[in-house]
Design a protein. Structure first.
Length: 294
């Protein structure tokens, strides 16, 4: 019998803090009781079942304070509902559905409690456009977005920095390209990249990152990390691709590799310093030399 992954690689699992008076099951049930304008019920349920732990881990690194908070890519609003219920921020939202400019409102209704949250949002492609809100925010959530960007991730982070108050917190989550499942896929000779999406280039993951790359990007832009970890959030299927007990010793013999195997990266960073100019050469190529920097 093979050793459970959590025993062989203990750092891939972080336990989320479940806010009172809920436990994990009751909080998941609460979120699952919401419907969303125009969203298929089955699709919402599948998304919640797959990523519930990610939503709660994300909430756990949002500072318990007040002020203005911007959530980029808020739909389908599971994290937004948690923010409304367990934090005290004035929340603003953006989404990008391939529509340029304008905005709309979407309502989430709980069939059991009768609660209803209406979320106004502005359409914004942060990959190419300035963020269309006046003033600055105390917190910006940039969760499960950076991996979808096509043109300019550093440019998108600069636009976020421009809207983040000095000392403000950036909360960023993204799939971890160095996750154990990707190692197992490559050992088995399988492809680790996303399928082609019917939603176009922004419907797939165009570039995933590891923890060190995110540190380099944020350091370049004048952010100081406060929290950084990787964690699984749903069932780990590594052993379906390749028996991980065969590669465990080699993986864990690499310095710090045991801390970079989870499915997702979670971080919080503070906007503390001026950004450096230019695009880091390690991330960009085929750009004018004057735009690149070491």
């Amino acid at each position: 019998m093979s050793t459970p992954l959590r025993d062989r690689f203990p750092d891939i699992e972080h336990t989320p803090h479940i806010p009172q008076p809920y436990d994990a099951a009751s909080l998941k049930h609460y979120l699952g009781s919401f419907s969303l304008d125009g969203a298929p019920t089955t699709e919402l349920a599948n998304y919640l079942n797959e990523d519930f732990k990610r939503f709660v881990l994300t909430l756990g690194i949002v500072p318990e304070a007040n002020g203005r908070l911007l959530e980029i890519g808020a739909n389908p609003y599971f994290t937004t509902i948690l923010l409304k219920k367990f934090r005290k921020y004035d929340v603003s939202c953006t989404n990008y559905f391939g529509i340029e400019g304008g905005g709309s409102r979407q309502a989430c209704k709980n069939a059991e409690t009768g609660e209803e949250f209406s979320f106004d949002f502005l359409n914004n492609n942060v990959d190419k456009e300035d963020i269309p809100f006046e003033g600055q925010f105390d917190v910006v959530l940039f969760c499960e977005v950076i991996e979808h960007l096509v043109a300019d991730p550093i440019g998108a982070l600069r636009r976020i920095k421009d809207k983040l108050a000095p000392g403000g917190a950036l909360v960023l989550t993204t799939p971890n390209v160095n996750r154990l499942e990707n190692i197992a896929k490559m050992m088995a000779g399988q492809n680790m990249y996303d399928p082609i999406s019917g939603y176009g280039v922004y419907g797939r993951h165009n570039r995933e990152y590891n923890k060190h790359e995110l540190y380099l990007m944020l350091d370049h832009l004048g952010f100081d990390l406060e929290v950084l970890f990787s964690s699984d959030v749903h069932e780990n299927h590594s052993n379906l691709y390749y028996p991980t007990e065969k590669i465990a010793q080699q993986i864990l013999a690499t310095p710090n590799r045991g801390y970079d195997l989870g499915q997702y990266i979670f971080l919080r960073a503070r906007n503390t310093r001026p950004a450096k100019p230019g695009k880091p050469r390690w991330l960009y190529r085929s750009f004018p030399e004057a735009e690149l920097c070491d």
